[in-house]
Design a protein around this ligand. Sequence first.
Ligand code: ATP
Length: 300
Amino acid sequence: MPVTVRSPAKINLGMSVGSRTLDGYHDVATVYQAISLYDEIKARDTGDGEFTVKVTGEGADVVPLDENNLAVRAARLLAKTCDVDAGVALSIHKTIAVAGGLAGGSTDAAGALIACDALWGTGAGRDDLLELAGQLGSDVSFCLGGGLAIGTDRGNILSPVLARGGYEWVLAYADTGLSTASVYDELDHLRVNDEVGVPEVPGPLLAALRSGDPYAVGPALHNDLAPAALRLKPSLRRTLELGDEYGALGSLVTGSGPTCIFLASDDDHALDLAVALSSSGLCRSVQRAHGPVTGARVVT
Ligand code: ATP
C-alpha cells in the first residue's frame, strides 16, 4: 500500500544569526513555528530498486527531479541506514512556495523520511529519524516534529518553547524566490565592520509567546536576515508597509525570505489583510495559515 504524508511549512518568529563559522555556515538561534500549509508526499514501492520522484503543484517546474531533490536524498539515506534493499517512487504535491523561506524542500525531506519509514517498516525510532534529519539540512529536524520550538546551532538542535495560543497568519509571496546562500552572503557583507555576538533568541519574544497574546507577539517578531533580504529585493519594503497600514500586529520577512508574514488579530482581520495584500498588486499571491500545527504525519 502506498503511504501518504502531509508535511508543514515553517515560519521563523525570531531569527538571530551569528558570524560565519570556519565550515562556511552560520550558527543561528531561531524560533520556528509550523503552519497549516502542507506539501503532500506519497511513497510507493516499485519493486525495481529505483528511487524516483514526480512533483506537481506550486513551483513544481523549478524543483529538481534527480538526486538533488531533498526528498530523494532522505529516502536514500533512510534505506542505506536501515539496510533496506528496495527503491521507492515518490510523488510530491507542493502547496509551499519554492525558495520562499518556508522550508519547502526540508519539509519534503521530513515527509519522505516518515513515508518511507512507514512503507518499509524499518523500525527506526523518533531519535533515529531526528538524527537522519539533522544530516539532511538545518530545518528538516524541526519539520519532523512541527509545533513551536527553538532551533540552535544550524537550527537543527531543537528545544521546546513554553508557550500557548494559536496565531492567524497571512503570507505574501514575491514574484521570484531568493536563494538562502545569497541572503547569508549579503548579511555578511552588511555586517562586515560589525562585531557579531553569539546568536540568542530575544527575551521579549519568548515572554510574548509565554503570554499567548498576539498583540505582544506581533511587535516582538524579529529577523536578522531581513535587512539582507530587503537589500536584495527592495520591493519587499512596500509589502511590509502595506501590512502595517492594514493593522498587522507584526510584519516580517520570514527566514531568508522573500515571503513576508503578517500576524492578524483574528480570523476577520486575517481576511481583511489577505484581501488588501492580494488587491495591491505588490505580491504574486497571498495565502492564509494558522499555527502552530504538528509536523510530518501519515494521512493514509
Ligand atoms: P529554507 O527556508 O529551508 O532555506 P526555502 O524554503 O527558502 O529553504 P526551498 O523551497 O526548500 O527553499 O527550495 C530551495 C531550493 O531547494 C530550491 O531552489 C530547489 O532547487 C531545492 N529543492 C530540493 N528539493 C526540493 C523540494 N523537494 N522542494 C523544493 N525545493 C527543493
